[in-house]
Design a protein around this ligand. Structure first.
Ligand SMILES: [Zn+2]
Ligand SMILES: [Zn+2]
Length: 349
């Protein structure tokens, strides 16, 4: 095998990334080498690419970007037992210690020593990637790699929607970026009674509609609180899936959430958020739940089950497929917001 690979690297601080070649990484005894068949662009990748405040603090360059993928195992370390050559795998992207109090009590998704693939270690915008065997998720090889690679963000959507009761409940999905539209699809698939999508970008609002949202609301064009109350018989919505991180949207959600409701929060605000804690949270008796990553590996089994159910239309979620060389075009799409999931293919000649 030739020992260099094409790869997209965040080479230095500042906006952008470059395509270059790099030596194919060596496998340690507990790791596997994977030929990347498909890798999708995450909001996190766009943050790293555009070098926002979070990236400036967290990212050490040079770094191979990317973390959502599906690929074929082509080499295994000598201590690897579960994963075999030829397996088509994806990965849980949180690399955890397995030893801390959280890991050993079934809460590895909030391990205190978490490292993230493509954030803290070299990632998947590359022809090949090395990952610990522990993180490998063995896929059904009959499912196309572009679907398999989005299981990781789909897991975020599943974790958010299923972190409390949902069957027969109304849900507002606030922010319909790729994970938001997946949350719409998941809520529909598992039997939410009414799915209300709230989003400022009309392209994404249309996607939410196509994925089955019963009601779509653009907060720039209408009064969100008034409309949600009207759509829920004046009681407010049972569940809020907060995917936007927008301070104003979060404050509004506390106005239209029902007494005793649940707000599961995945979106990350980039500034301080001012909330009416007394009237929006305490006197309403609501639950607020922070969502980090995916439960290991409960969420992955839920994703697997949903994929095999045939109830999720992933074709509508994946809007763009590009060769890895066109990663900059993918980043521009992310910037515009006029896309669902953008999938890159590193190994098409
Ligand atoms: Zn991701
Ligand atoms: Zn741990």
């Amino acid at each position: 095998m030739i020992n260099v690979m094409k790869t997209v690297i965040k080479d230095k601080p500042g906006v952008g990334a470059i395509m270059t070649t790099k030596e194919i990484p060596k496998v340690k005894s507990n790791e596997v080498l994977v030929k990347v068949l498909a890798t999708s662009i995450c909001g996190t990748d766009y943050h790293v690419y555009s070098w926002d405040a979070w990236s400036q603090k967290r990212i050490k360059t040079p770094l191979v970007m990317g973390h959502e993928f599906a690929g074929e195992v082509i080499k295994v370390g000598e201590k690897v037992t579960k994963v075999k050559l030829g397996d088509i795998i994806s990965a849980e992207t949180h690399i955890v210690c397995g030893k801390c109090p959280l890991c050993i009590t079934g809460k590895a998704h909030i391990c205190t020593n978490t490292e993230i693939l493509g954030v803290d270690t070299d990632g998947t915008f590359s022809e090949y990637v090395v990952i610990p065997e522990e993180n490998a998720w063995i896929n059904d090889p009959s499912i196309p790699p572009e679907y398999l690679c989005i299981q990781e963000p789909l897991g975020n959507a599943v974790h958010t929607v299923l972190s409390g009761e949902i069957i027969g409940k109304s849900i507002a999905v606030v922010g319909c970026g790729p994970i938001g539209i997946m949350a719409v699809a998941v809520a529909k698939a598992v039997g939410a009674s009414k799915v209300i999508a709230i989003e400022v970008n009309d392209y994404r609002l249309n996607m939410a509609k196509e994925l089955g949202a019963h009601i779509v609301i653009n907060p720039i064009k209408e009064d969100v609180v008034k409309r949600v109350m009207e759509e829920t018989e004046g009681l407010g919505v049972d569940v809020v899936a907060e995917m936007s991180g927008n301070p104003k949207a979060i404050a509004q959600a506390l106005e239209y959430i029902r007494l005793g409701g649940r707000m599961s929060m995945l979106g990350i605000p980039t500034e301080d958020v001012k909330l009416d804690v007394a009237n929006g949270i305490v006197f309403k008796g609501i639950q607020i739940h922070g969502i980090v990553g995916r439960k290991m590996y409960e969420t992955w089994y839920q994703v697997k089950g949903l994929l095999s159910s045939g109830n999720l239309n992933l074709d509508k979620i994946i809007t763009h497929k590009l060769p890895l060389e066109n990663f900059e075009e993918g980043m521009e799409l992310m910037k515009s917001g006029n896309c669902g999931k953008v999938v890159l293919f590193p190994n098409i000649k």
